[in-house]
Design a protein around this ligand. Structure first.
Ligand code: PGA
Length: 246
């Protein structure tokens, strides 16, 4: 079974209540799109308010543990689900960088998300140094080895660290090779992951979305800066073959 396409926004640490109009505009723009899923991963403060607006929403991180507990400042996957989230990004490179998250942490978070009924969007990706040393695929394979959870609900986002927020994007052949490797890593471990979407992320814009979506093995995108404005995000979505309206 082919993966169902998903285009997910990642608002990062942007977005106040005054920006919720962008979610409403997005809802209007994706009305009637049946061939792909669209979601927006929001700051935790906006999830409750956005969840009722008609666009699936997600968190950007969750606590490692499943149970509620004395962890000041943390938000559990169950709390995100309770607020209306359906997805949760885990292992984004900004969290690995800013909070020292390891693959083992990411695995625990992905498992916690699954147990709470959320679909984890598990991020992997190499640094520029690793790509230039010819080690990109091995680095990503090792990240998967250390962070894949057991459950079947799963989305992978391949995000080369050097492509995030830089305007630089790998050439299509490199994206295709990496997505092929990730698919082999997944299917080698579980038949249930044969149709897990593998998204590309890192400087996806309206101008390059069509080429990225046309790349074999790319099931959608994780979009940062260009997801903040509905008009830009909708222009990206329109570049996906499954978004063509009759
Ligand atoms: P970007 O971010 O689209 O702004 O490069 C992508 C991401 O970090 O998920």
């Amino acid at each position: 079974m082919a993966a169902r396409p998903l285009i997910a926004g990642n608002w990062k640490m942007f977005g106040h209540r005054a920006d919720l109009g962008e979610i409403e505009a997005l809802r209007e723009g994706i009305r009637g799109l049946a061939g792909l899923d669209v979601a927006v991963c929001l700051p935790a403060t906006l999830i409750g308010a956005a969840a009722g607006l008609g666009v699936p929403v997600g968190g950007q991180d969750c606590a490692r543990g499943v149970a509620d507990g004395p962890h000041t400042g943390d938000v559990s996957a169950a709390m995100l689900a309770d607020a209306g989230a359906r997805y949760c990004i885990v292992g984004h490179s900004e969290r690995r960088r800013d909070h020292g998250e390891t693959d083992a942490h990411v695995r625990a978070k992905a498992a916690a998300a699954q147990q709470a009924g959320l679909t984890p969007i598990l991020c992997v990706g190499e640094s520029l140094e690793e790509r230039e040393a010819g080690r990109a695929e091995d680095v990503v394979a090792r990240q998967l080895e250390g962070s894949l959870p057991d459950g079947s609900a799963l989305v992978i986002a391949y995000e080369p660290v050097w492509a995030i927020g830089t305007g630089r994007v790998p050439v299509p052949a490199d994206i295709e090779a990496m997505h092929g490797r990730i698919r082999r890593e997944l299917t080698g471990r579980s038949a249930g992951w044969a149709s897990a979407p593998i998204l590309y992320g890192g400087s996806v814009k309206p101008a390059n979305a069509q080429e990225i979506f046309a790349t074999p093995g790319v099931d959608g995108a994780l979009v940062g800066a260009a997801s903040l404005k509905a008009a830009d995000f909708l222009a990206i979505i329109a570049g996906h073959p499954a978004a063509k309206r009759p």
